[in-house]
Design a protein around this ligand. Structure first.
Ligand code: SF4
Length: 304
């Protein structure tokens, strides 16, 4: 059985990667055609290009901020082991607004399109939200699944996940459903259902939570990186994700005002909101909460 370390781009999973050996390390990048996400630093852009050569980094980037990508590069050097980047064949923009597939020759794109077929809602313009979090499935879980399934040894992989000891609730919430995916593995070529995908439910990973098991807390992780002098963005995963708290979204908007515009535009285009409130309202100076929550330690629930 292969052991795979799931690298989220945050400091806990980076700590896990350095302290718990694994056969492979996998990071799922969420791609976007948003020009505000084009990486300005040429070296970092070239590094990302080498990781996902099929994507045009001159025209778009990741929804993860550049500091996260820089830390991934540095982490890879420290590990002395490659971090495999995976990405869906469609960007976050295409996931929301739809994608044209010309024939089925483009396997990666067709596969990804097939993944969309098991999304809960088939409307073209639809925003993910806390309840219908199809972005995680389409942009992270399926690409990681395919990387494990196509290049694994045939058995489910042991997947190290960076939930900490102080995040026991996340560990307890984990159920076997988190390790199963409905996957389009066959396509009927003739007959009544020609062209229709046949899905199979696959148990594709066995979770392991080494930080939670060994009592490693957020404070331990923060101390470790402070001692090492690494800089981490306040929040990892997608910028302005609907799991981030309003105070964190405002903090990000101060640093990345252009990136905020993408989320605001999508909400306006689709006529819906990612979170309970429109991001434009959250960022409006009139809407500041009376009691601002603490900006400190924050665990994005993207992979839960
Ligand atoms: S970080 Fe948030 S927006 Fe990005 S894939 Fe995960 S749930 Fe979706």
């Amino acid at each position: 059985m292969l052991t795979i370390s799931s690298i989220s781009g945050g400091k806990s999973s980076a700590y896990m990667a350095l302290h718990y050996p694994a056969d492979r390390h996998i990071f799922a990048a969420v791609l976007t055609s948003d020009p505000a996400c084009i990486i300005q630093d040429a070296d970092l852009r070239a590094y990302c290009q080498s990781k996902l050569p099929q994507f045009d980094w001159e025209c778009g980037g990741c929804r993860e901020v550049d500091q996260t990508l820089l830390n991934l590069q540095r982490l890879e050097q420290e590990l002395g082991q490659s971090i495999d980047w995976v990405a869906a064949a469609l960007t976050f923009d295409e996931l929301i607004n739809g994608v044209r597939v010309n024939g089925v020759q483009d396997a990666a794109r067709a596969r990804c399109y097939a993944a969309r077929a098991v999304l809960p809602n088939r409307r073209q313009d639809f925003l993910p939200n806390r309840r219908q979090r199809f972005c995680t499935r389409a942009l992270k879980l399926y690409p990681i699944f395919w990387a494990c399934y196509l290049h694994g040894d045939g058995d489910p992989a042991i997947m190290q996940i960076g939930f900490r000891h102080d995040e026991q609730a996340r560990v307890n919430r984990w159920s076997c459903k988190n390790d199963q995916l409905e996957v389009p593995l066959r396509c009927d070529l003739a007959g009544q259902f020609a062209g229709k995908h046949r899905h199979s439910l696959i148990e594709w990973r066995v979770p392991d939570f080494p930080l939670a098991r060994d009592g490693v807390t957020g404070a331990d992780v923060a101390r470790y990186w402070q001692r090492r002098g690494w800089e981490w963005p306040l929040v990892s995963n997608c910028d302005f994700c609907f799991f981030h708290r309003p105070a964190q979204q405002r903090h990000q908007a101060e640093r990345y005002p252009e990136r905020a515009q993408w989320w605001i535009r999508k909400e306006q285009q689709v006529g819906a909101t990612f979170g309970d409130k429109a991001l434009a309202d959250i960022l409006s100076p009139d809407q500041l909460d009376l009691f601002e929550p603490d900006l400190g330690q924050f665990a994005c629930a993207c992979t839960d």
